[in-house]
Ligand binder design. Sequence first.
Ligand code: ZN
Length: 264
Amino acid sequence: MEKTPLLPLPEGMLIDQIQITATGLVIAVVATHPTACCPLCAFASSAMHSHYRRVLRDAPCAGRRVQLCLTVRKFYCRNPLCERKIFTERLPQFAEPWARMTMRHCQQITDIGLATSGKCGARLAARLGIQTTRQTILSRIMLLPNVLTGSVLYLGIDDFAFRRGGWFGTILVNLESHKVVDLLPDRQAGTAARWMRHHPDIMVVSRDGESRVCKSCLSGCSPGHSGRGQVSYRAKSDRSYPTPVGTMSSRNRGCKQSRRVREI
Ligand SMILES: [Zn+2]
């Protein structure tokens, strides 16, 4: 068994065997820690019940695909108060219990997706020796937790296309920070109105005159309806006020400019 800096593994895990195949590397890894903690009660146990083989995709090595064959052990939980009698040892910071790839490999795919897109990301990943699909890349991005954005006072709302001419959504931008606050899966007025009802701090909403997320949506947060804030409308001919998408593409515009809006 060996431990190599070229393939960092969690404490207590060692490389048992490395096999070079036509498609990449198959690396057998074993756990050597004498005990494991029950995931339910955190009671340490050294009473091994059995073991099984688990296959995980890992980050590629010099363009070669890497497949880890882990020998994972099961232990008895000796805590009489615990409901779990047998548990599988966990690999924190390395692999989720039922995942088919390591966390670092997941992170690579997510990073590629964030830097490119689903389709381009899949092409780039293939060149880097990462086996994935655009659906996997997109699902990794969708699983990212929502970033806590704090209160939004000046909101920009506009349509955008997930796929040109096909699937449209709604983009919501904080016009003060010039950052995307959220992406809604459609451009239905009700979806945007529901979102705005959960953000009572909104004072001003800017939208494109051509946006389909229009009057009915804004009525969900209008002063008459909710008793808060003011709603603004940007006519298409009013070039002095940036649309949300325009805001994203022209970062040098200050948020004060966004306040120069005709309030209705
Ligand atoms: Zn337990």
